[in-house]
Design a protein around this ligand. Structure first.
Ligand code: C5P
Length: 241
């Protein structure tokens, strides 16, 4: 049995619409091998011995979730999502505090519903790397391509080349101490700071979040072609088990 500080709760924001997929339903409900995307994502965590439970933030008028037959070995709760991803995450944290009385030093791991290819290897790497951290950190992959910034007046014209030294792609899961993340998100939202991931809120408080190198196969499904790529990564992972 884990003590309170070692508990790791997973928050899966899944209240987005995913317009860029141009599909008839939000991307988390599109088919991916034998399940839909969000079922594959939940499966990344449901059998892991260190995960205590899962909170999913859903759009209040989501008609799809209730028809899924989720097979999960952990406690699983749903909350209403908000206007932005950070609002959805905050709603889940409010639930963890008010309904489950989560300890301040417990871990919360936030993972996009649309990232179904997270490997057990990367999940273990993140948990192990942060074992002694007082703050937390994120999976990330170093930028490999040359990065261009377009001109403000025409986004198809190059303005200049960015220096890619020390540039990383922020992936998820992003894992932080519960009270820190709660406070950081609340303060950032109160001050109208743009928050595109959980680490942005931690950075806003001036706290050091760690970068843990993860595999680039942990893609976020965004465009239609990403589904075929996710299928390839998942099939490859299943074959190697
Ligand atoms: O749109 P994007 O892919 O950046 O969203 C990242 C994750 O945040 C997705 O899993 C999406 O469902 C979730 N999200 C949310 N609430 C919103 C917007 C996005 O839970 N209002």
């Amino acid at each position: 049995m884990l003590n309170k500080q070692e508990a790791i709760w997973v928050v899966i924001p899944a209240a987005g619409v995913g317009k860029r997929m141009q599909a008839d339903r939000p991307k988390q409900y599109l088919s991916l091998l034998d399940k839909c995307v969000i079922e594959q994502t939940i499966a990344c965590f449901s059998a892991h011995p260190k995960i205590s439970g899962i909170i999913i933030a859903l759009s209040p008028d989501d008609p799809y979730w209730k028809d899924l037959n989720i097979n999960c070995d952990k406690p699983l709760y749903t909350v209403d999502g908000g206007n932005e991803r950070c609002d959805s995450v905050l709603n889940a944290l409010v639930y963890l505090k008010s309904e489950l009385a989560l300890h301040d030093d417990s871990w919360v791991m936030v993972h996009d519903a649309a990232r179904p290819c997270l490997s057990q290897k990367d999940l273990n790497k993140l948990i192990t790397a942060l074992e002694n951290s007082a703050v937390g950190g994120i999976l990330a992959s170093p930028v490999r391509d040359t990065m261009k910034r377009s001109s403000e007046s025409n986004q198809h014209i190059i303005h200049h080349t960015e220096n890619r030294d020390n540039l990383w792609h922020a992936l998820t899961p992003q894992m932080f101490r519960f009270a820190l993340l709660f406070d950081a998100l609340q303060q950032a939202l109160d001050n109208n700071i743009s928050i595109t991931d959980d680490a942005s809120a931690i950075e806003y408080l001036g706290l050091p979040a760690e970068l843990i190198e993860g595999d680039a196969s942990n893609i976020k499904i965004t465009k239609p072609s990403d589904l075929a790529l996710a299928e390839f990564f998942l099939s490859r992972a299943k074959e190697s088990v």
